[in-house]
Design a protein around this ligand. Structure first.
Ligand code: HEM
Length: 349
């Protein structure tokens, strides 16, 4: 064994000690609580999505003539196809939920404040990319609902002032949903967005490593209980346990609630009720409440405020006496999001 190590060291003169130091950051004690470390969950689920997605792509065919039939084949005939599709579908659901919970944790603990503003904005881009992955993935199945959902989304994109028409045409690959559309969704879903996510995650983790995670102190804990611990093996162990629990959860969900097939897309028949996936319910309800350009512009404004939040919050804290305004604004935002989502879930139109 030693001879093999020496042989390798001769050829690859890597300084193992500095490598160990680079990957072995002291982790603040509060990360023993899993909700503070929930950022690791979407990262883990992303790996599951890449692995299951590659296997699904073996059978998926991205043309309007064959897409639905290929998904049906995966679901009903390919060996363990139903299981892989179930893992991918539930993995997407849990990943989006985990990103939202992680963002809420960061928000309510004020972990986006100076010097972490940039990482918050990288995080917002990660959120947008994850939602886009969800949208493009859902569209690939070519069911009635996903076809009409994509058509509505493209029309909404088209009503964005100035650039809307161009973006809509880029997304659909033409004036309307046609032969070019599904291949575009597929390239976005299986190549462009995952690569973007990998790059953004690299930047997110690098910034995190440079700055370290925010150190929180808890009054209920004595000083000696607050000592940092090693990333390796202590924190890695926590992540492995979370990973195993997630794997069992995913497997159970994929088996107990298997993914089914809805009716095939029919461009000539508009369904009575058009619904997007649950994570777009809030935006869909908002767009229905204020239809037209106002709905689009206000959505854009809300997303802008979310991006710029660390700077807006710093301004409020500097210029006013409402230093904890972010908590109340956050509670209001969470209740509004839950309220609009439940509303959209309960009504047909
Ligand atoms: C795919 C999505 C994402 C992944 C995989 C991810 C991963 C992580 C990880 C592993 C951490 C270390 C601490 C923890 O586990 O909570 C972290 C911290 C952080 N994340 Fe994310 N993140 C994602 C999305 C986001 C989003 C949407 C935001 C906010 C808009 C965000 C903002 C931050 C900030 C500011 C920190 C530093 C927190 C601190 O210092 O305590 N991240 N992220």
């Amino acid at each position: 064994m030693n001879a093999v190590v020496a042989w390798l060291k001769d050829r690859l003169p890597v300084d193992v000690d500095s490598l160990r130091e680079l990957t072995n950051e002291p982790v603040p004690h509060h990360l023993k609580r899993w909700w503070f470390a929930i950022g690791g969950t979407p990262a883990y689920l992303f790996v599951v999505q890449v692995a299951t997605g590659i296997l699904l792509a073996v059978y998926y065919e991205s043309s309007t003539r064959t897409a639905y039939e290929s998904v049906r084949y995966i679901t009903e005939e390919a060996a363990f196809g139903w299981y892989l599709r179930g893992l991918h579908k539930w993995g997407a659901t849990l990943m989006i939920a985990a990103v939202i919970l992680h963002q809420m944790r960061v928000y309510f603990t004020g972990a986006y404040r100076k010097p972490r503003e940039l990482n918050w904005m990288v995080g917002m881009t990660l959120l947008m990319s994850t939602l886009m992955l969800g949208f493009t993935g859902y569209s690939l199945v070519y069911e009635q609902l996903s076809f009409w959902g994509a058509t509505v989304a493209a029309n909404l994109t088209g009503s964005v002032p100035v650039v809307g028409g161009f973006l809509r045409e880029m997304l659909l690959g033409g004036e309307s949903y046609g032969r070019q559309t599904l291949p575009r969704f597929f390239i976005l879903h299986a190549a462009v967005l995952p690569v973007l996510l990998i790059l953004l995650l690299g930047i997110h983790i690098a910034i995190l490593r440079i700055q370290g995670v925010t150190d929180f102190r808890f009054e209920s804990e004595k000083d000696e209980e607050q000592k940092p611990f090693n990333f390796w093996p202590d924190h890695a162990y926590t992540e492995i346990v979370i990973g195993l629990i997630l794997m069992i959860l995913l497997s159970t969900l994929a088996t107990v609630f298997p993914v089914t097939m809805g009716p095939k897309a029919d461009p000539l028949v508009t369904p009575e009720v058009i619904k997007p996936e649950w994570f777009f319910y809030v935006a869909f309800r908002w767009l229905k409440l204020f239809s037209g350009t106002f709905a689009i512009l206000s959505t854009g404004f809300i997303v802008f405020v979310m991006f710029a939040w660390p700077f807006i919050d710093a301004w409020i804290r500097r210029k006013t006496r409402f230093t904890e305004a972010s908590v109340w604004i956050g509670i209001f935002a969470v209740f509004s999001i839950i309220g609009l989502t439940v509303w959209e879930a309960l009504v047909e139109h």
